[in-house]
Design a protein around this ligand. Structure first.
Ligand code: B12
Length: 221
């Protein structure tokens, strides 16, 4: 059966939304067979599906179990697609330390950000969820990343972000790194207020923000 590119991407989105792992795997294979760009399939098929689920949750149309099913289903597509995504070697490689801030266990979005950054050519050190400030500091000292990405999905945990910024400054690790933040309650205004260097509302934006930071950084050298 022949599908257009749009049909394939839409089918992937629908399979993620339905939490149907078999369909996700099927359409991930169709992506490869039909020569659709696997990166595009991740961004516009898979990640889009999770965005739809978040919107539906906010409207009260779906509940947490369905979100978790969708995330599992999406992972089946990602496993098939990821090995085929061509990492853009022409781009300046950057290193990102990524984690969900302390008190917060929501990591589905952070995991998507991680995957898209990796396929975009970044080295990602993933500290996981509910990450204590000191762990960020120790990792920054040990790994000397270009960028630190902080994720928070709750207003309470988001309030830990300004504290983290102070901790980074006090620990003298702020210089030379760019801090970007994201997650449901995070806004551009909040990012500016706490002195973050960047902010993104979704995973593709996270990649764009990191690309800009790396571009400016190399341009300045
Ligand atoms: C799934 C879910 C859970 C799951 C999490 C499973 C997991 N492994 O992640 C479970 C069941 C564990 C859970 C628990 C709780 N949850 Co909950 N949860 C959700 C839910 C429904 C979906 C979140 C999600 O995965 N969305 C899909 C992903 C793809 O989207 P995303 O996370 O936003 O990520 C995208 C962007 O934000 C961005 N992004 C994310 N991180 C970063 C980082 C950077 C640097 C950048 C640039 C971008 C970026 O890119 C991502 C991909 O595009 C949300 C509702 C919602 N609409 O968000 C509530 C929600 C976040 N939870 C909420 C609450 C209150 C809780 C609990 C306290 C409930 C309770 N009473 O026990 C606990 C908290 C536990 C804790 N200490 O953390 C509230 C938070 C309210 C608030 N504003 O503070 C929400 C908003 C629901 C609500 N409306 O009340 N939850």
């Amino acid at each position: 059966m022949e599908y257009s590119e749009k049909e394939i991407l839409d089918s992937l989105t629908k399979a993620v939304v339905a939490g149907d792992g078999d369909a996700c795997a099927k359409f991930a294979r169709v992506v490869l067979e039909m020569g659709v760009n696997p990166y595009k399939a991740l961004m516009e098929g898979c990640a889009r599906g999770m965005e739809v689920m978040s919107e539906r949750y906010d409207k009260g149309e779906v509940f947490v179990p369905e979100i978790l099913l969708s995330a599992d289903a999406m992972n089946q597509a990602i496993e098939i697609l990821k090995p085929y995504v061509k990492v853009d070697k022409s781009k300046v490689p950057g290193k990102v330390v990524l984690g969900v801030v302390e008190g917060d266990v929501h990591d589905i979005g952070k995991n998507i950000v991680k995957i898209l950054l990796e396929v975009a050519g970044y080295t990602v050190i993933d500290l996981g969820k509910d990450v204590q400030g000191i762990k960020f500091v120790d990792t920054i000292i040990a790994e000397r990343p270009d960028i630190v990405g902080l994720s928070a999905l709750m207003t309470t945990s988001m309030m830990g972000m300004p504290e983290l910024m102070r901790l980074f400054a006090q620990s003298r690790v702020r210089e030379g790194i760019s801090v970007i933040i994201g997650g449901g309650p995070v806004t551009k205004e909040f990012a500016e207020k706490i002195g973050a260097d960047g902010y993104g509302t979704n995973a593709p934006e996270a990649v764009r923000v990191c690309d800009k930071i790396m571009h400016d950084k190399r341009g300045a050298n």
